[in-house]
Design a protein around this ligand. Structure first.
Ligand SMILES: N[C@@H](CCC(=O)N[C@@H](CS)C(=O)NCC(=O)O)C(=O)O
Length: 205
């Protein structure tokens, strides 16, 4: 399995997932700072010419949510997804789509400072997004309830960026949730690899 990757990008989400799964993979480095993502060869893997993307035995999948769902379905024994027929499958899919559809656009809107239209914009606004995640966390430590899933990788890693960018006030239920997620061994391994690769590419410059 090949992960198209560059350190300190959204490819971290797929790296974290792979480290949770503990399955073999290799990196295909795409230096987005040097414009390598625009090479026609990579744009055939992801027509958006963006990271992450995954290639698995001829199967190509891009968009971080889709990459994580693909991996969760491929390795069901790891129980990072929710199988078809399970009553929690609906909530799992909801939270898998939520980061790209609601959390990220709401963060981008907050970053620009432009007032949006909370009724027509699919994400409402960042306040509503925070409220929705807080509501989900009333039923358990993770967004789908008792069990950590791929959806938590998406939501928690993106919230972490929201904190770093000072888009959300630290403290409370959401901070505790992010702390809980990043304390996982899978995250620690992935963060160490991401850090190592960031140092390595910086030295090459
Ligand atoms: N919706 C995409 C966003 C991917 C994305 O924007 N990736 C950035 C890195 S964090 C990228 O590859 N940027 C390069 C470019 O746009 O040229 C996903 O979630 O996978």
């Amino acid at each position: 399995m090949k992960l198209y990757y560059w350190p300190k990008t959204r490819a971290f989400r797929a790296l974290w997932m792979l480290e949770e799964l503990r399955v073999p993979y290799e990196f295909a480095f795409v230096n987005i700072r040097a414009g390598d993502q625009n090479e026609p060869e990579f744009c055939r893997v992801n027509p958006m010419c963006k990271l992450p993307a995954l290639e698995d035995d001829g199967v190509m999948v891009a968009e971080s949510g889709a990459v994580l769902l693909y991996l969760a379905d491929k390795f069901p024994d790891a129980r990072l997804g929710v199988p078809l027929g399970d009553p929690l499958r609906g909530r799992f899919l909801q939270w898998m789509f939520f980061t790209g559809a609601c959390l990220e656009p709401a963060m981008a809107e907050r970053m620009t400072g432009a007032p949006g239209n909370t009724v027509s914009f699919g994400w409402g606004d960042l306040g509503r997004v925070e409220h929705a995640i807080e509501g989900a966390l009333k039923d358990g430590p993770w967004v789908v309830g008792e069990r950590f899933t791929a959806a938590d990788i998406l939501v928690a890693s993106t919230l972490q960026i929201a904190y770093m960018a000072k888009l959300i006030e630290p403290g409370g239920v959401l901070s505790e949730y992010v702390d809980r997620a990043v304390a996982r061994e899978g995250h620690e391994r992935a963060a160490a690899i991401d850090h190592r690769e960031a140092e390595r590419v910086a030295l090459r410059r």
